[in-house]
Design a protein around this ligand. Structure first.
Ligand code: 8YV
Length: 331
């Protein structure tokens, strides 16, 4: 019996060709996200899936698709996948780390700078014909990035890459908080010092969130945390929407508790809390942290490699390059 796989979103033609060398492939040619019922329908008879962060793989989906053996996410984050439920059913889970680290760090830095220097807000004003409306002191005067204190919450690969940009490139003092402290050599390479979370919130001029979304990190930044931050501080979130309480953030921005926010991810995206859309001091982007052509191509290629290895029959069968649940006995 031939092996069948599903690609849930539009992807690169050469990646589909590679999959077709090994599998019977069904793919979504568009970027439209399938409903859970449609996903289950499409997964019938499929042994593997190349997924994105927009589809949820939980026990109900897995039980409705008993032949599914591999979920290969195009993305480093995998909060859309119930890994425990997958492991319990012998379903291999993979993600795409490393290939997107520097690209996503570039974006995090760019979003933080756009927020600090009010780039999109001022562009909107220019387009409205308001160039000369304000005085020299309030003419889109933002806050400095160079020499400021950069705070990073979540110090994995992307956090460390952002830290390097801040310390080596912009002369920033870099502080971080993470579940576990980095080894001294990694701290030195990042040019970053470990602090507790409250110190991070109190001292950061620019706080960047790069932590994974888990039940423990849900609303890690809410009203209480925002209240600890400097009034002049900016907050940048390139991690996941649920990490920030968007209603509390909108209230804090309106009240001047912090100065501005740069948001690439939102609770319930693509929907965005309406209060955030109304605020001038929020830079909004549509979850594009890893979106360069080269990196998106590398992510898709790695997901395809994972799928081929996870479902393959050769000596590497069941041992994909970047597993999330290594050692799981494939069903
Ligand atoms: C992806 C991401 O675009 O890697 C991640 O975790 O958030 C993004 O790079 C997203 O997962 C869609 O697949």
């Amino acid at each position: 019996m031939s092996t069948a796989v599903l690609a849930t979103r539009a992807t690169f033609a050469d990646v589909l060709d590679r999959l077709r060398e090994h599998f019977v492939v069904e793919h979504n040619p568009t970027d439209a996200v399938w409903s859970p019922a449609e996903l289950i329908r499409r997964l019938q008879g499929k042994h593997g899936v190349m997924s994105t962060g927009s589809e949820r793989f939980d026990a109900a989906v897995l039980d409705a698709c008993p032949q599914l053996r591999a979920v290969c996410n195009v993305g480093v984050g995998y909060n859309n996948i119930d890994v425990e439920a997958c492991s319990a059913r012998g379903v291999i889970v993979t993600n795409t780390p490393d290939v997107l680290t520097e690209t996503t760090a570039d974006f995090g830095f760019a979003l933080m700078m756009a927020t600090a220097r009010r780039i999109t807000e001022s562009e909107r004003a220019v387009r409205r014909g308001e160039w000369t409306r304000t005085g020299i002191h309030d003419h889109f005067a933002g806050s400095d990035v160079h020499g400021a204190t950069l705070g990073i919450l979540g110090m994995g690969r992307i956090g460390q890459a952002i830290a390097r940009r801040g310390s080596a490139g912009f002369g920033m003092r870099v502080i971080y908080h993470n579940r576990t402290r980095l080894a001294p050599a990694l701290e030195a390479a990042a040019g970053a010092s470990y602090v507790d979370k409250a110190t991070l919130l109190r001292q950061a001029d620019h706080l960047v969130l790069v932590l994974p979304y888990t039940p423990a990190s849900h609303h890690a930044i809410g009203a209480a945390e925002l209240a600890l931050m400097k009034q002049s501080a900016t907050l940048t979130n390139i991690a996941r929407g649920g990490i920030v309480d968007d209603a509390a953030l909108a209230a804090a921005l309106r009240a001047g508790t912090i100065a501005a926010a740069g948001l690439d991810v939102f609770e319930g995206e693509p929907a965005i809390h309406p209060a955030l859309l109304d605020l001038p001091n929020v830079v909004i982007t549509p979850h594009i942290g890893s979106a360069t052509l080269r990196t998106r191509r590398a992510m898709a290629a790695l997901a395809a490699d994972n799928l081929v290895a996870a479902l393959g029959r050769g000596p590497d069968a069941g041992h994909p390059p970047t597993p999330v649940n290594p050692g799981v006995e494939r069903r």
